[in-house]
Write a protein that binds this ligand. Sequence first.
Ligand SMILES: [Fe+2]
Ligand SMILES: [Fe+2]
Length: 195
Amino acid sequence: MEALDHIGTVRDDVDPATAREILVYSYYRDAEMRGSNLLYRLLRVLEDAESQVNLSEHLADETRHAWLWTERIRELGGTPVKIEDGYQVRIGKRAGRPRRPLELLALTVVVEQRALLRYQEHLKRDDVPERTREVLRQVTKDEGWHVDWIRQEGRKLAKEAGTPERFDEALARFRAIDREVFAELEEKERSWFGA
Ligand SMILES: [Fe+2]
Ligand SMILES: [Fe+2]
């Protein structure tokens, strides 16, 4: 509840339901911001022109997503809550800092798929405010192509290296980590909503 208390100290006129919304969107914003970091790392290792173009657009999308969540938080009268234990931080603690392009690509596919699933799941909930639905639809629209191009690139690199199975192995390893992390975050969210 620390983060909720934090919202309370920033704005004592925010009702608990709005504070929880601000907290959820702050986690989304944090995942988008820190997800951009993985793309900066890919920018350094994928030097071909097509990857550089794709990464530029991809990075512009992720920072826009972070801004859309920030705007949504401000509409609710809040400011982004500093998140120290979000999805990307937890993933980083377990997955370390992969350096090889193939591993970086596999990790990016896994975190992008998680973002897509999480947003799709949120859209299916009852009582989602229309403005939040709008943001969810906008961000979901981009996550699809992000997964596709990164996955294609990973498969291509693995095939070129003569070890096509290596990409799928890396995916499986990061998926196991992602499932653990996501279960922890779901548990956390349940504790805020008491459901
Ligand atoms: Fe995103
Ligand atoms: Fe994305």
